[in-house]
Design a protein around this ligand. Structure first.
Ligand code: BYC
Length: 477
């Protein structure tokens, strides 16, 4: 027993873990299963490396994290909630004005559990999707960054498991176990949401994923950080602190690939994608196709455009809008409407529906605004090199499998096409098998000499946490 108690003490936390015997016992059972999962599904061949990692150690805005070499299986996956706000209320829906719930409201229990499980399921899924990428990292700096993302996704799983164990009794414990049983892409026991069953086969895909899909994480966590269930709100608020770095990795990763390609194109006065590829960099057309894929599967993660689930989550006070408390309206949406796109008579049209049913779509629109700003920044890099190409976001209905556009074949320009017509042009718009082969061939083996970078990516502007770019971020032992 003593060793178990020592272990609990080793989990950095601000939830008084040491005093909660029930929770301790639950975590003592779950933790070995988690470690088993990490050894099986965590980053391949990494278990003995010393990695220069950030570990969350408190919730202070200044100094919430510490940086040091850690072997990942010994990472201290901690449990942190931002401190409670005195007098916090449920800020929207029919329960608006009630004191925020410190315990699960009985009538909303299964809905709340479902949200927490869905959120929790994405975290290990992304680690599974990325587990082979360390083998072909473009630099030690990038290798360290993917490991940082992976351990923090692990911590985000802990965050959701904490809520399940602490507030949901036996079915919470069962759900926590199931989170370690599902596998990304598994035919029999897949992860819950579509994008988390897609492979992340190379580093361009990884950066696209962290730019697009981790940003869905930001928007979903922000909505959950508005929750009337206070422990969920406080947990998600702290998770957002870590999420920022993941999106930084994605934006700068794609940005550095774009920069390197644009540099080579400018230097050699080339535009033809085949000639660009021959110089060992990724042509901008391929980058556009990856963008189209990751953007569209991530748009699906916001759920149906018209959703009674989303309406219930809001009405009950469990999941708010992005920055709910900064919005000036009644926070009940009794009479409000919202525009959603749909297909009618072979064309995309907009229709007004009750705002309450359009909450997924509204969050998707908030997300798209931020994504567009990132794409604009990539385009500035291309422009700076005098290259004429521009990256664009495809139409919202392009390649969608969830919501009003599902079942239609919509071009990146928003034209509703026949299935045959769309399929005939598919490889212009989405990465083809040949694109994946090309990109993966370029990423054979990893570049691990400190300060060296693969030819297809520019170095970052600066290193991690004031360390130089050629710092030894990973020691392979
Ligand atoms: N794939 O009413 P609807 C992150 C299902 S990412 C498969 O439209 P709802 C991270 C849905 O379950 C953020 N199925 O949807 C990023 C429902 O099923 P039932 C993760 C889907 O419920 C990178 C049916 O379709 N967090 O953190 O309003 C690395 C009709 O559903 C999908 C969350 O998602 C899909 N894409 O909205 C690591 C927050 N979409 O009832 C981490 C929690 C819908 O017919 N989740 N379905 O069986 C939610 O708030 C909601 O579940 C969703 C879906 C917004 C995802």
């Amino acid at each position: 027993m003593t060793s178990n108690i020592d272990y609990i003490d080793k989990i950095p936390n601000n939830v008084d873990l040491g005093r909660d015997r029930v929770l301790q016992r639950a975590l003592e059972h779950w933790q070995p299963a988690y470690m088993g999962w990490w050894y099986d599904m965590g980053p391949n061949e990494s278990h003995n490396y010393d990695v220069y990692l950030r570990t969350a150690i408190s919730v202070d805005a200044e100094g919430w994290a510490q940086f040091d070499y850690v072997k990942m299986p010994q990472y201290r996956w901690g449990i942190f909630l931002v401190p409670p706000t005195a007098g916090r209320e449920v800020n929207f829906g029919v329960n608006k004005g009630q004191p925020a719930w410190q315990d699960v409201p009985g009538e909303y229990r299964s809905m709340l559990r479902r949200i927490i499980v869905t959120q929790g399921d994405t975290e290990p899924a992304s680690v599974e999707q990325q587990r082979m990428l360390g083998m072909c990292a473009p630099s030690m700096y990038d290798l360290r960054n993917i490991y940082q993302v992976n351990v923090e996704e692990g911590r985000h799983l802990w965050a959701m498991v904490y809520l399940l164990h602490r507030y949901f009794g036996r079915d919470g414990r069962e759900e926590a176990e199931a989170l370690l049983d599902r596998r990304s892409g598994d035919a029999d026991n897949p992860r819950i949401l579509g994008a988390f069953n897609e492979p992340t086969p190379d580093w361009l895909a990884f950066y696209m994923f962290t730019f697009f899909t981790d940003r869905d994480g930001k928007f979903q966590l922000s909505s959950l950080a508005e929750s009337g269930f206070d422990p969920l709100a406080r947990t998600c608020r702290f998770m957002l602190t870590e999420e920022a770095h993941h999106m930084f990795v994605g934006e700068t990763g794609v940005g550095r690939i774009v920069e390197r390609t644009a540099q080579v194109m400018a230097e050699h006065h080339l535009e033809d994608p085949g000639q660009v590829r021959a110089l060992g960099v990724i042509d901008l057309q391929t980058i556009q196709r990856y963008l189209n894929f990751h953007y569209s599967v991530t748009l699906d993660l916001f759920g149906g455009d018209v959703s009674s689930n989303a309406a219930s989550y809001y009405t009950t006070g469990l999941k708010g809008r992005y920055e709910e408390t900064k919005i000036a309206d009644d926070h009940q949406l009794t009479d409000a409407t919202y525009k959603v796109g749909t297909v009618s008579n072979g064309r995309v049209i907009e229709e007004e529906i009750p705002a309450l049913n359009a909450l997924n779509e509204r969050l998707r629109d908030d997300y798209i605004g931020e994504v567009q700003a990132g794409v604009d920044r990539w385009n500035k890099v291309i422009e700076k090199h005098g290259v004429a190409f521009r990256l664009t976001l495809p139409h919202k209905g392009f390649h969608r499998e969830i919501g009003n556009y599902a079942g239609y074949h919509i071009s990146p320009d928003g034209e509703v096409m026949t299935e045959a017509g769309w399929n005939a042009r598919r490889d212009e718009w989405m990465p083809s098998a040949a694109d994946y082969t090309f990109v993966q061939a370029m990423m054979q083996g990893r570049v691990v000499e400190p300060g060296k970078f693969a030819n297809w990516i520019a170095p970052p502007r600066r290193g991690i946490h004031t360390k130089p770019i050629d710092f030894e971020y990973v020691r392979f032992n």
